[in-house]
Ligand binder design. Structure first.
Ligand code: FE2
Ligand code: FE2
Length: 281
């Protein structure tokens, strides 16, 4: 079984070089501004998209930012890294993920951006160092779905039935139906791509944070919480079945565990705002 998945992972498209280079420096506070500038400017389309984002009202800088170098200095390396990764992952996540009830306009990438911005806001509320790190974790948490979307698609109705009428997570359903979860496949992919441990932990444990290694528990829980909160943004059709209200039980539990009592609406608002801005990319 594992051999089969290893093969599938080896056949998955390689991670764009820019993504691995940016992630490689995720834990390096001294990573050079010049390095990043050169990296981004090699790709003029990417550079122009990043500039457009950097100049959007979302980042609130009053004057026009004219170059990538300026953007990095004004908004900071970590913010530009987040924007860059969000832009680049859009094409990687552009897969038919209807088996997971994603649609063209509310796809895997949109979900990932929602979770990313929710996680960033939570980490800001908790006054953690480098909130952008959580943005990146959220952005990549469901990367295993890229590999499995094709596999789960034929079981769409069966999955829906499970989701609506049994209190189980997507990963439990995946294990039942295809024998492996997007968490495990995602972790395999993260290892294959050499992603940092922080990211692979988030991928592996976001659906079962209580199983995460102790030292990463809170980091994982932040992503899990944002992931549950993202059920506020699912289609009206799924909402009618009571799916989002059921997932809010988990979101509230995780918020309580993180010690957040009043800011839920602020987090949801930041998620809604970011998806609006990023959808222009
Ligand atoms: Fe997931
Ligand atoms: Fe997710």
């Amino acid at each position: 079984m594992i051999i089969k998945w290893n093969k599938i992972i080896e056949n998955t498209a390689p991670l764009p070089a820019i993504v691995s280079m940016l992630l490689e420096r995720i834990d390096d506070p001294k990573s050079s501004v010049k390095d990043m500038e050169i990296l981004i400017e090699k790709d003029p389309i990417l550079a122009s998209k990043i500039l457009r984002m950097a100049n959007s009202a979302y980042y609130g800088y009053p004057k026009t930012i004219a170059s990538i170098g300026e953007a990095i200095i004004i908004l900071g390396t970590n913010v530009i890294r987040s924007i860059c990764l969000a832009v680049v992952t859009k094409s990687i996540m552009n897969v038919d993920s209807s088996g997971y009830f994603f649609t063209k306009s509310k796809g895997l990438w949109e979900h990932s951006v929602l979770v990313a911005s929710g996680a960033r806001t939570i980490s800001r509320i908790l006054k953690l160092e480098d909130p952008e790190r959580y943005f990146v974790g959220g952005l990549l948490h469901d990367i295993g779905k890229i590999v499995l979307s094709h596999e789960v698609k034929p079981y769409r109705l069966q999955i829906l039935k499970y989701l609506l009428f049994k209190d189980v997570t997507i990963s439990e359903i995946e294990r039942e139906i295809i024998g492996i979860s997007h968490n495990v496949v995602g972790e395999m992919l993260a290892n294959y791509w050499n992603l940092p441990k922080f990211i692979s932990n988030v991928i592996r444990y976001h659906d079962n944070p209580y199983e995460a290694p102790k030292e990463t528990f809170r980091d994982v829980l932040i992503i899990s919480c944002a992931n549950e909160l993202s059920y506020n943004f699912i289609s009206d059709e799924l909402k009618e079945f009571g799916l989002s209200s059921r997932r809010m039980i988990f979101a509230n539990k995780y918020l309580g565990e993180l010690g957040i009592s009043k800011e839920k609406e602020n987090i949801l608002e930041s998620m809604a705002r970011s998806i609006e801005i990023f959808s222009e990319v």
